[in-house]
Design a protein around this ligand. Sequence first.
Ligand code: PLP
Length: 444
Amino acid sequence: SAPAALSGPALQDVSSEERDLHILDDGRTIRDFIDDQIKVLRSADREDPFYVADLQSVVKRQRLWLALLPRVKPFYAVKCNHHAAVLRTLSALNTGFDCASKGEIQMVLALGVPPDKIIFAHATKPMSHIRYACAHGVDTMTFDSEEELQKISLCHPKAKLVLRLAVDDSESLVRLSSKFGAGLGSVGKLLGLAADLDLQVIGVSFHVGSGCTGSLAFQRAIADARRVFDIASVLGVQMSLLDIGGGFSGRDDFQVKFEEFSGVINAALDKFFPPDCGVRIIAEPGRFYVESAFTLAVNVIGKKNCEESAPGGERMYYINDGVYGSLSCIINDLAHPSIQLLPHRAMALSEPRFRSVVWGPTCDSLDKVSNSVWIPELQVGDWLLVHNMGAYSVSLSSDFNGFEKAQVFPVLTADLKLRPPTVCIDDPETHDGVLLRPRCLPPT
Ligand code: PLP
């Protein structure tokens, strides 16, 4: 279907959550959709940034998960990207949900998801949120401290508790165990207090850190979880749930690694929690499902040449989305996004490149998107694509300085076979755009 008409009022009045799903039929690709959307914006004299969310990619991830981790039921981590199209797609695919707050629980329940498919996976919760979970039948929740047990015994005494364990997260991009998780040494005391308070502890969870690069982190953490099960057993508590958290990259180039990760995880599960042991296994993947599904289109809204600052002249470009908007992942998630220039005009491979800085639109100098990249000359009005933008972007962006958040256009590809491969200037056969690598070296 054609992109939504972007008359002024339509943009303001209709939230992105309510926008239609766009079906790409007759061989139309996501690139075609983006080009059409840019034309619609141009005709309305606008240049707003926007995302295209490829829901087919989310479906493919689910198929990959089911094929490679058949024993592990995914509970999607809503914090990673809470866009309604993502949540609806995953709900239709029958995943569970990991919610971190009352707000996320509300979002998921509003989709009609039954409360027993939600884990309230925040180890430190406001008491009013615990009471909300109790009132709405969300019983499974994590804890990692004595204080949290006291709060839960007051607000949700029938909760099914999952002890969050601190594990080795040294191989991950974003480490979490400095903030969350109980050490193995405190497990006995916590289980003792839970028993004193007449609370039911049903299992163990951990998170190896987001963007985990080493599969053995899961092996070590699963072995640690086994020790907690054994300590509990000695204390007379029979646990029945293991939650192996998140941490899996969602980039397409991680797919081969995911095979390695799932091999290590399956072997560790079979060793420490064999299929007949009666323990249910779940996980809380976030970025795995959405990272590569979202592409962000941004516009070059300004430019400045600093002849004096570098030989040949450094270029400074200003785009209309930045670290206070969709690209907050540069700061919060330590991301280095790849940016692709759309070839709206003839651009030869031999075009000279200039050392350039790319800034976001706000009045803050912290709002820097790329530092010192070597790229061809850009013009005001050029469109750039930022790939792999689905994780910790939509859910973290603000409208600081009055720059509106980028709208999301969810699309479904009717026929996967007709999609051309993603291309960039690195592929001399195609010349379809220029990939701006944040850390690329000067041309020799
Ligand atoms: N579960 C918990 C408790 C988390 O804190 C996070 C991320 O911070 C996730 C799941 C999702 O992690 P990821 O997106 O790395 O899969």
